[in-house]
Design a protein around this ligand. Structure first.
Ligand code: 5AD
Ligand code: FES
Length: 351
């Protein structure tokens, strides 16, 4: 086994330079297998063979931001915009509840129509109707005050990928108005407010180097998020990155293992993007140490419109059946879907 892999398995407290060396092994099947073995040992230690489920509700594709990689960025005039009404959102929750889900994830673009008052009303109502469910928000950058109001209204968790921890790379992916500093401020506010907090990044986004990924890992170690979302970058035809190559499945699963070992108790989804790049992508993710899947609960009529990248799976006729589909996929690799809330351990230490 490569020396650097051995060292990581002994003590994952790596510097950026050590992570760079580690990441150079992502193409080596033997290295991936060695990391996956330890990652799965930790995954099984804390979660057994259970894969947590989260019902994802993509409630608006309006967005005031213009992130260069994203299909629903403001500047994409071809995107057909939609927003769900409160009743439609609640009816997604009802369907999800009946399917057994006990976490709902409200995800959307940064849509000014959903003012803090409107969000608070929706959060309150969901928590009142489903007090036994966890509610996760994924609605972008807000002020400390807004995050505080959502938290007080009952939101339990918040997903906000940092996208990249490297300043230069951040500006390659985002217009000038956005800053890495504000992104990080948001993540620290969310932690301080007691949210179970999720950070993360795309793998293989344009301009990303191994050094960037090493900085992502150092940042994650320092932030200690309860959740980490990573998936391959996939080009969207209406963006300036339309012709950029997609991220690699091997590098993504390698990173999933690295992250499981770095933050042993972390909640780590095998993402839809990974499933889009490879028909067995989500299975590969679980077998590399991931322990969460996020089936889509959005109304079938809107699913194609929430198009962050091309060829997104689960948007066609089959999509009403994600629960059964995923149950079968997990069973085929010896795992079982779990339907409890699946809260985070509030520290990530391995003891
Ligand atoms: N490919 C893969 N992932 C993407 N995201 C946005 N656009 C793309 C793309 N083209 C991811 C971002 C964002 C999350 C909701 O989706 O990381 O945080
Ligand atoms: Fe959605 Fe398979 S998980 S169709």
């Amino acid at each position: 086994m490569k020396e650097i892999i051995k060292r990581y398995l002994q003590n994952p407290d790596f510097t950026k330079e050590e992570f760079v060396e580690l990441l150079q092994c992502a193409d080596d099947p033997e290295a991936r297998a060695a990391l996956a073995e330890e990652a799965v040992r930790l995954q099984k230690l804390y979660y057994g063979n259970k894969v947590y489920t989260r019902g994802l509700i993509e409630f608006t594709n309006y967005c005031k931001n213009n992130c260069y990689y994203c299909g629903i960025r403001r500047g994409n005039l071809h995107a057909k915009r939609y927003r769900l009404t409160k009743d439609e959102i609640l009816s997604c929750c009802e369907t999800g509840y009946d399917l057994g889900y006990r976490t709902f994830v409200l995800q959307g673009g940064e849509d000014a129509w959903f003012t803090d008052d409107r969000m608070v009303e929706i959060i309150r109502e969901i928590k009142e109707r489903y007090p036994d469910c966890a509610l996760t928000l994924s609605i972008g950058e807000k002020s400390y005050e807004s995050y505080k109001r959502f938290r007080e209204a009952g939101a339990d968790r918040y997903l906000l990928r940092h996208e990249t921890a490297n300043e230069r790379h951040y500006h390659q992916l985002h217009p000038e108005q956005m800053s890495l500093m504000n992104r990080m401020r948001c993540l620290r506010d969310l932690k301080a407010l007691g949210y179970q907090t999720g950070a993360g990044c795309m793998v293989g986004s344009p301009g990303q180097t191994i050094e960037c990924l090493a900085e992502d890992l150092v940042f994650l170690k320092e932030l200690q998020p309860e959740m980490v979302g990573i998936g391959p970058f996939i080009p969207h035809h209406d963006t300036m990155f339309a012709d950029s190559p997609a991220g690699s499945v091997d590098q993504t699963v390698f990173l999933l293992s690295v992250i499981r070992i770095l933050l042993p108790k972390v909640l780590l989804p095998a993402t839809t993007a990974l499933g889009t790049m490879d028909p067995k992508g989500r299975e590969k993710g679980i077998l590399a140490g991931a322990n969460v899947v996020m089936p889509n609960l959005s109304p079938v009529k809107n699913r194609k419109q929430y198009e962050l990248y091309d060829n997104k799976i689960c948007t066609g006729e089959e999509s009403a059946e994600c629960r059964g589909c995923l149950a079968g996929r997990m069973a085929s690799i010896g795992y079982e879907l779990a339907f409890e809330r699946g809260d985070a351990y509030m520290n990530n230490k391995s003891e």
